[in-house]
Design a protein around this ligand. Structure first.
Ligand SMILES: CC[C@H](C(=O)O)C(=O)SCCNC(=O)CCNC(=O)[C@H](O)C(C)(C)COP(=O)(O)OP(=O)(O)OC[C@H]1O[C@@H](n2cnc3c(N)ncnc32)[C@H](O)[C@@H]1OP(=O)(O)O
Ligand code: CO
Length: 133
């Protein structure tokens, strides 16, 4: 398992892109809208991991709620796994609360699921598996 990306909630991807370009010295390699999560995302490659900027596209978005409550900032940590179904079963058996019954399509060509922060020391954890066509 390795940290696939760190998700950061931002009010506006365009503004945050400019800030992270200055911070990281690289341009984002991808911008992607994920309708199912009501987010726009922007990805920066940093070493062997990534920064995922997330902007809400609707009031019901998890990102909109997060920013309303906590402001902009680190939102989640995503770990890449080989077999997301097996990992979901393993985590369930370990007592973690999963937020989705089955993996769903995320950004950047991944299947994803989430672990409720209240069962992970206050950290929203995402598991992601590369979609192998
Ligand atoms: C999939 C596209 C992309 C990708 O990588 O591919 C993404 O990463 S999309 C990311 C956005 N989508 C999600 O986050 C989906 C999973 N999240 C959720 O289902 C909700 O956000 C949930 C359940 C974590 C919280 O929703 P809820 O409606 O319960 O909001 P509350 O404000 O009532 O929160 C309850 C409780 O949890 C704490 N909380 C909420 N968000 C976070 C967080 N990101 N990190 C840590 N803790 C969080 C919140 O403070 C509340 O705690 P309390 O002690 O009661 O105040
Ligand atoms: Co993510």
């Amino acid at each position: 398992m390795h940290v696939e990306h760190i998700g950061i909630a931002v009010k506006n991807c365009q503004d945050a892109n400019q800030l992270f370009e200055k911070l990281l010295g690289v341009e984002p390699y991808k911008a992607e809208k994920v309708e199912s999560e009501a987010v726009n995302t922007s990805f920066f490659s940093v070493g062997n991991t990534k920064i995922e900027l997330l902007e809400a596209t609707a009031e019901h978005s998890a990102i909109a709620k997060f920013i309303e409550k906590k402001g902009e900032g680190i939102h989640h940590i995503a770990f890449e796994v080989e077999d997301i179904h097996a990992e979901m079963e393993r985590l369930r058996s370990q007592g973690f609360q999963l937020l989705n019954e089955a993996p769903k399509r995320g950004a950047d060509n991944k299947l994803v699921c989430f672990v409720h922060p209240k069962t992970a020391n206050g950290v929203l954890v995402e598991l992601c598996q590369e979609i192998r066509e």
